[in-house]
Design a protein around this ligand. Structure first.
Ligand code: GTP
Ligand code: MG
Length: 297
């Protein structure tokens, strides 16, 4: 079917509320990494869904938080910039009847934009239905959203209704992305993110938050096997030791998990080699942050 409406929809909210889970669920493919740790997403990620005559371009963003590093400053700026030029904004919130600091700030931002806004209450699989009324009330007092929708990004509940509502906000016009393009992220970037997801999954405390991953070699062989090197940067020698683990066991575990997901994403066999390097305090070094791909477009 010919696409007649196409628009950008930002997904914003505090860290860990489920923005990336929702992004993946809406487009039906794993584009953005998901973990149970706050501040997983660091960049804006576009994910595209073509549905009938509609093209939805969802913009997953970092969780809005109080930045403590230059990387944090960058992430917060990404959120602020992301909502500046979109056709609609989804504010994703936890199913609790309290409007917190990040939500207050985002609501102020939404008010100044003058674009349609939808309050999306996520994780409704974790609460009783009758608890949602108080949540809606608490947010309804702060802003008159164009729609309020309860969903579970995890089990898919409410997503059809959400798409229905959002389709009304898409402007008429040609498609923004080619029909076969599901994300604006280069393949190498998705692969680097998958490695970072496994670091977040396997490591504790601040260590994974202080890592960055770069795909340093990416070769597609004639037999379609992909040879890939990924370099993991961390902040301290002691962290490097933990990432590598006893006899290399931790790095092996991380690499195996990452390779399996990368193979699924690329649809082919992958040889993945991982390396660990120390870049002290890179999260506060503007040059290094930019080198690792965290920069304004
Ligand atoms: N029970 C439940 N858990 C969910 C739901 N959606 C997301 N989660 C979980 O919430 C956690 C955070 O999910 P993410 O999608 O990474 O959250 P995020 O908002 O992108 O987080 P940041 O990138 O850190 O801002 C993960 O453990 C998800 O599995 C939901 O609908 N129900
Ligand atoms: Mg995320």
């Amino acid at each position: 079917m010919e696409i007649k409406k196409s628009g950008m929809i930002a997904i914003v909210g505090r860290p860990n509320v489920g923005k990336s889970t929702l992004t993946n669920a809406l487009v039906g493919e794993k584009i953005a990494i998901v973990t149970n740790k706050p501040q997983t997403t660091r960049n804006r990620i576009c994910a595209v869904l073509n549905r009938g005559e509609c093209q939805f371009v969802f913009m997953d963003t970092p969780g809005l938080h109080r930045a403590r590093t230059r990387l944090g400053d960058y992430m917060v700026k990404v959120v602020r910039d992301s909502v500046a030029d979109v056709d609609a904004v989804m504010l994703l919130v936890e199913p609790i009847p309290h409007v917190g600091g990040p939500e207050e700030e985002l609501i102020q931002r939404i008010k100044g934009l003058g674009v349609p806004s939808v309050l999306v209450i996520n994780k409704i699989d974790t609460v009783k239905k009758d608890e949602l009324l108080a949540v809606m009330q608490a947010y309804g007092e702060k802003h008159s959203f164009d729609a309020i929708l309860p969903i579970s990004a995890k089990n898919g509940e409410g997503l059809e209704d959400l798409l229905q509502v959002l389709s009304e906000f898409l402007p008429e016009g040609p498609q923004l992305f080619p029909e076969d393009m599901v994300t604006d992220q280069p393949e190498r970037q998705v692969c680097a993110e998958i490695v970072r997801e496994k670091l977040l999954l396997c490591l504790d405390k601040e260590i994974p938050h202080g890592t960055a991953v770069e795909v340093t070699r990416f070769v597609e062989r004639d037999d379609e096997v992909i040879e890939m090197d990924a370099t993991i940067y961390c902040e301290k020698d002691s962290h490097k030791g933990i990432i590598i683990g006893k006899g290399g066991a931790m790095l092996k575990k991380i690499s195996t998990l990452a390779r399996q997901d990368i193979e699924r994403f690329m649809g082919t066999k992958v040889f993945l080699q991982t390396w660990v390097k120390v870049k002290e305090n890179w999260r506060d070094n503007l040059n290094l942050i930019q080198n690792f791909g965290y920069r304004d477009e």
